[in-house]
Design a binder for this molecule. Structure first.
Ligand code: F0G
Length: 459
């Protein structure tokens, strides 16, 4: 009977959220120029824009924050943070940063020794790609083809296509590959996990060519829980041991702690043993993030990460976490709505190309569905498709994204199954009127990262 795991926590403090009428939402959306990023969050009832920095902290985290040491240098809180990170990955060097992209801006230019080098990844997350390009390098994605068949079960749709990765190393020459980045879980492919077998194969390839292997591990704990569930050789290992094994494959661990670190802000770079690399990163950290024992964070933030990282690996928490995403995925799938299957770790990815075949990619079908869902029930998802991907810098044409996703991300420890049922009902209602949805065009198009601040109008 117990199909979905009940939460291993109870609610001690509540944050009221407001329902609104359709009429009010029509005005809010029109005032926001049909871009959900421009809505004030008070106009949103259930906010599934991102799982990043939006979760609830535990009473252990809140009490640890009271012990924050705000010393500029050598803060006690830094040493607790460092111990917690080392405990998880076993690496020697730890540098705090304000969030994931802080880690990217520090590390990626250090690895890019010359202009024109490449980074190869299962899939670069947007900010990672942006920092690769800002560093003067080129980003190549080699995700497994399995992730494009959304209806077909595959346990590890986040994997790297190792053969393609090998071909790219050959094509560019190993000395021109600045790093191989494994994004775990693979956010842009649908929060899909990477298997240990795949990670080990990539490690062997990287080692053979002396290329540093980086884990972009914002959701590494969710990935480790999937390995335990789906990779039989690891069924009897603890999630913590699996995580250690994952990090055993890599040289560098970049983390946006706003996800599996269960905090609202924070991140870090951890380096296995390369002291020279650590020193170079420290230098850049001072310039861009802050002194290397605080890296843009308050002492209290470091305390919250130290505790949150440990909680993020608890089996009961992870079982419930993955079950919430599975619950919403399965409810939508049962209603015939096309979603990436099986469920990923942090979000449900709805295929809007299939929902709205009458809306061309450059009229942003997923944005049309996201807006309709907001109008239906005050639920905010996010477009991950051709609006986000932008224009080809050379031709100036809109690039057609391989996916037109509406991503519904679940903040950690925040919403109940009843909220998710409401979301599923609202998506179903939008699906029923899919033929009436219309595409959008720009009223104002910003030159970079256009999706955040664009103004849109219906055709
Ligand atoms: N890497 C991955 C895989 C991410 O998903 C993110 C952020 C980052 C790096 C950058 O971290 O936001 O702390 O600077 N993902 C968020 C999302 C924004 O909504 O998926 P950040």
């Amino acid at each position: 009977m117990d199909k979905y795991c009940a939460p291993p926590y109870r609610i001690k403090m509540v944050e009221p959220i407001k329902r609104s009428t359709r009429q009010e939402r029509e005005k809010y959306l029109s005032d926001a120029h049909n871009n959900l990023f421009l809505l004030p969050s008070d106009a949103v009832y259930i906010d599934l824009l991102t799982d990043s920095g939006t979760g609830a902290m535990s009473h252990f985290q809140w009490s640890a924050m009271m012990q924050g040491d705000e010393a500029y240098a050598g803060s006690r809180s830094f040493y607790r943070f460092e111990k917690s990170v080392r405990d998880i990955c076993g690496y020697a060097y730890v540098i705090p940063v304000h969030q994931g992209r802080g880690a990217e801006q520090v590390l990626l230019p250090v690895l890019t020794k010359r202009k024109g080098m490449v980074f190869i990844s299962n899939m670069h997350f947007d900010t990672t790609r942006a920092h690769v390009e800002l560093a003067g390098a080129h980003a190549v994605d080699c995700v497994t083809g399995a992730c494009f068949h959304i209806d077909e079960y595959h346990p590890f749709k986040g994997n790297m296509d190792v053969d393609r990765c090998r071909e790219h190393i050959k094509k560019y020459g190993a000395s021109n590959v600045a790093g191989i980045i494994m994004t775990v879980t693979n956010n842009s492919a649908g929060g899909q996990p990477v298997s240990m077998e795949n990670l080990r194969a990539v490690r062997d390839l990287a080692k053979a060519h002396h290329i540093p292997l980086i884990i972009d591990g914002a959701r590494y704990a969710e990935n480790a829980a999937f390995i335990k569930q789906r990779e039989s050789a690891f069924r009897h290992m603890s999630i913590r041991e699996i995580a250690r094994e994952m990090f055993g494959c890599a040289d560098i661990f970049l983390m946006s702690a706003k996800k599996d670190g269960l905090v609202n802000i924070g991140g870090f770079i951890a380096i296995r043993d390369n002291e020279e690399l650590f020193r170079s990163c420290q230098v850049r950290t001072v310039a861009y993030e802050g002194f290397p024992t605080y890296g843009g964070l308050a002492g209290r933030d470091l305390e919250a990460v130290a505790v949150g990282l440990q909680e993020g690996l608890e089996p009961d928490y992870l079982e419930h976490r993955l079950d919430q995403v599975r619950y919403l995925t399965e409810h939508l799938r049962d209603a015939g709505i096309p979603v990436q299957y099986p469920a990923g770790g942090h979000a449900v990815f709805v295929d809007c190309k299939r929902i709205c075949p009458h809306i061309p990619y450059d009229r942003f079908p997923a944005q049309a569905v996201c807006n309709a869902l907001y109008l239906e029930a005050g639920v905010r998802g996010v477009e991950v498709g051709s609006l986000l991907i932008g224009r080809d810098p050379e031709s100036g044409e809109n690039i057609e994204s391989p996916f037109e996703w509406m991503r519904l991300s679940l903040p950690r420890r925040s919403y109940t199954y009843a909220h998710l049922e409401l979301v599923a009902d609202a998506v179903r209602a939008v699906y029923e009127k899919r033929e009436t949805l219309r595409g959008l065009v720009f009223e104002y198009e910003p030159p970079v990262l256009r999706h955040f601040t664009a103004r849109l109008k219906y055709e």
